[in-house]
Design a protein around this ligand. Structure first.
Ligand code: HEC
Length: 461
């Protein structure tokens, strides 16, 4: 990632802090979206394959409805996916600059996988529309109405060929899209996990050793189960809160379809919400030492509480049909994602505290050097210069090697420039004294010492 290193701008401690907040923001957008997109696309493709094999109309319909849920808007993949991933790349390259940790490489790979994944998922979605059009083409136009000139028709065999190839495209783009999505999220998740394990990077680990390390795999399984929860929540919300009106106008057949969706989502959701606490408790023991803090424990506790509440709502919805908690479930799930993102970042900032300090002090050194070059260094003390450079030959009140200041300085009253000119380049003045050697001071030092002696000599009159 050489070219990214060139983008790194030295940051002050305050800026680094700000970057950490932006990082959390990017992750809060990205992780739930990645989970929804991944889970919903997977279900859609799976139900599509199953539906085609068994000829189950409801499965096919569910498959189409699902993919419409995550792709309801084209720019959503940009705003919630691509832009956050780019931000992760940039922010991690600032925060982990000059450390051994290659998290940036992980995020970069994730981005490279995510973009084609999204393209494939969207083309998968469009094959549904095309399929629908093709089925219209093959069923209509057989009996043109009286008096209407017959429209140019597609040959039946042609339509069939199109349908077949469309199906092939649909299957391929769906399956590959999902695979790439899973891979992309693996890189994001393992990158986050490894970001608070600095030791991992300095040990012998190769790229594969790192990416398939225990803690990375563990975190990914955790994320997969969160994905199941998130997906069930998203489906429930979409079908039972958002598209509620359609449900009320539904007929018996419609109701059956919706009930199947509800059962499926509720059961997968409950299952996930029951398993997740076990993972969280275990992960408390697995967090590396350098990353543990009180806030980490506190947040973990809060997450457990949210999961408990979620389980409760799921159960209520399953037991008492007709009760609708889908909106509460959806928002609790979002909170769950926010909390565990924040928790990871708390661990990250603990684990990389020392590195951040190093970066910040590096920044301060650079600033100091620049200021000095521009002649604006830290305040120079005239007294220090006097003690160090002039007191060997001068006193204020008596003659030493050079004259007493109280005797020679009055003539410089109001002529600061003459005094500074003399100090920076002494010329022969009084024949009773030897010439004063040049002290080789910088202009700012000359000004400081001149002001200091002009101010101080008056005390010795
Ligand atoms: C090695 C001894 C030595 C050191 C060190 C030294 N001076 Fe001098 N200074 C002299 C001598 C000798 C004279 C008298 C020169 C003359 O009259 O030509 C003198 C004269 C001066 C005068 C009087 C000039 C005048 O117009 O009569 C000033 C002001 C002065 N020094 C300031 C300084 C300051 C400020 C420093 C420290 C940055 C300094 N000196 C360090 C030996 C020294």
């Amino acid at each position: 990632m050489e070219f990214l290193n060139r983008l790194v701008i030295p940051q002050s401690a305050e800026n680094l802090e700000l970057l950490r907040y932006i990082l959390i923001l990017a992750l809060v957008l990205l992780l739930p979206y990645l989970a929804f997109l991944k889970g919903v696309s997977l279900y859609s493709v799976a139900f599509n394959l199953l539906g085609r094999r068994n000829g189950n109309e409801n499965y096919l319909r569910f498959s189409k409805d699902l993919i419409d849920v995550v792709t309801f808007n084209k720019s959503i993949a940009l705003v919630l996916g691509i832009i956050p991933i780019l931000s992760l790349i940039l922010i991690y390259s600032q925060l982990l600059h000059a450390s051994k940790m290659g998290v940036v490489g992980f995020m970069f790979t994730a981005g490279l996988l995510f973009v084609p994944a999204v393209v494939l998922i969207y083309s998968y979605k469009y094959t549904f529309n095309l399929d629908w059009l093709l089925s219209m083409a093959s069923s209509s136009g057989n009996t043109p109405a009286e008096g209407v000139p017959e429209e140019p028709k597609m040959e039946r065999s042609e339509v069939e060929a199109f349908t077949k190839s469309n199906l092939r495209v649909s299957r391929r783009s769906g399956i590959w899209g999902v695979i790439l999505l899973f891979m992309a999220s693996y890189f994001v998740i393992s990158g986050i996990q490894l970001s608070f394990e600095p030791d991992m990077w300095s040990q012998k680990h190769t790229f594969f050793g790192l990416i398939f390390s225990m803690s990375a795999i563990y975190k990914y399984i955790f994320f997969l189960i969160s994905t199941v929860a998130a997906t069930s929540g998203a489906i429930l919300f979409y079908f039972f809160s958002w598209k509620k009106q359609e449900a009320e106008a539904g007929e018996a057949k419609e109701d059956r379809y919706r009930n199947e969706i509800k059962r499926f989502s509720l059961i997968s959701g409950i299952w996930a919400v029951v398993v997740l606490p076990v993972f969280i408790l275990l992960s408390l023991f697995m967090v590396p030492h350098g990353a543990v803090s009180d806030s980490f424990f506190g947040l973990s506790l809060l997450i457990l509480f949210i999961l408990f509440a979620l389980g409760h709502f799921y159960y209520m919805m399953l037991k008492q049909s007709g009760v609708n908690y889908s909106a509460s479930i959806f928002f609790l799930l979002l909170i769950f994602f926010v909390l565990f993102t924040v928790n990871d970042q708390v661990a990250f900032s603990y684990a990389t505290q020392r590195h951040e300090l190093a970066l910040a002090s590096n920044y301060e050194a650079i600033v100091k050097e620049k200021m000095e070059k521009a002649g604006k260094g830290p305040a120079i003390s005239g007294k220090d210069i006097f003690d160090g450079r002039c007191s060997a030959c001068h006193r204020f009140d008596r003659v030493l090697v050079g004259p007493a200041y109280k005797n020679v300085l009055p003539k410089y009253e109001g002529h600061r420039d003459q005094l500074t000119a003399f100090i920076s380049n002494p010329t022969k003045k009084d024949p009773a004294f030897p010439p004063m050697p040049n002290q080789g001071l910088k202009p700012r030092e000359v000004e400081a010492i001149a002001d200091y002696i002009m101010k101080t000599y008056k005390q010795y009159k």
